[in-house]
Design a protein around this ligand. Sequence first.
Ligand code: CLF
Ligand code: SF4
Length: 489
Amino acid sequence: MVAYCQPAHATAPSACAVTRDDHSAVFEHLPDAVRRRIETHPCYSEDAHHYFARMHVAVAPACNIQCHYCNRKYDCANESRPGVATELLTPTQAVHKALAVAAAIPELAVVGIAGPGDPLANPDRVFATLRMLSEQAPDLKLCISTNGLALPDYIDELLAHNIGHVTITINCVDPTIGARIYPWIFWKQRRLRGREAAEILLARQLEGLERLVARDVLVKINSVLIPGVNDAHLPEVNRVVRRKGAFLHNIMPLIARPEHGTYFGLTGRREPDIEELQAVRERCGTGGRMMRHCRQCRADAVGLLGQNRETEFTAAKPAAQPIDYSAAAAKRAQVHAAIRRQLANRRAIREAQSPMPAPSIRPLRVAVATQSDSLIDAHFGQVQAFLLYEATSAGVRLLGRRAVAPYCTGPATCDEEKSRLERALQALQGCDVLLCAKIGIIPWKGLEAAGIQPDSEHAMEPIEDAIVAVYQEWLTAGRLAPVTQRLRG
Ligand code: CLF
Ligand code: SF4
């Protein structure tokens, strides 16, 4: 891609003061027809992402441009990052895998093609896959994510394959900035560079956006926030794409580490921190039309957003039984109907509740040690990053990921241990609570002394359920002082 395009632990909605996610209330003004098109899509509806799953089929190896944040040669099975895929599939293998996943995960709602290269730079493979999928699994939504260079050439074909959701990665609308992100594009049998290349790419992206919107496709724009390159420019991108009819804007942090071998990673381009990301999103100010729950999926991701179940469904692991797709589709229809009922109940509860009191209660910042990105299942000292969440009376929201040097790296002198703890505390700065599966007594005391409450009571629980429970505890205990009295982070 292009960039950064457990069985669901769906729980019954509750009438408690905070739910796992109430943010998509902002979509409730949408016409019913549009709401129906997004309510099961985990990327287009923040509500849906807790309940409905997506999968990507990695059928698109080639790309027609180069981005300075991309290196598709690097793969790590444990890493969730756009452009990463463990195995490339033929269209037939991809369809077989999609049917196997659909049979095993009834929450599956969307099959997307997001790489590892650009889908529209691989039109034969991609359209063969889409054609077979729409014939054999007509109840699944199909979705693609593209850099947009070839998009205007394929509008009719995308519509013919029933594609109702398209993501275009647009990182800038100014070719001077574009030339700093895209070293080249491959265009009409020639490799073009610099501003000329960026001008063509950006013009094609915006043309594709306008033409899809004119054909009633719901277009989401992904933008990678690259500090020092396009951070100040993204509000302008937001204005332009909104004016042209984009449905949703998703601003994601740059991932750039030297070990990934990308230009930005190797030349030390900094990844933005959570506060910068929030600030840019706020400056765009599109409220509910800003996607905030993207998990920067792999090109072969399977499961709920944040889950990586792809290793359960490799080409080398064919389904044990022949797949009875009709039975799977019938089961899926039942499961989806039950989830829809839950969500409708939840909406009804939300609508019946009086408006929330003025936001005098400050948010609770929670750091989570997790391996799976869905459960609290990691030891404090062994993680290389914490997920950071914010809980308010409106719900629980993922803020992002904060890297940390693991605290436990073998025997250490007192001084080394102290400096490891200091690094961990720095990564946890601004947090009230750390949720983890386990933590040693020394870091426990260190965190407490720094005003961060370690908590391993919720080990192996789904992350957002645990955060709701902790938020309720803090609320009940009166530990969330009014905003005016205490602001952190
Ligand atoms: Fe895949 Fe993208 Fe479709 Fe979703 S992902 S092609 S729109 S089904 Fe979603 Fe993953 Fe973020 Fe993409 S969380 S990277 S936005
Ligand atoms: Fe996507 Fe191609 Fe850019 Fe990589 S180089 S992020 S595959 S558009």
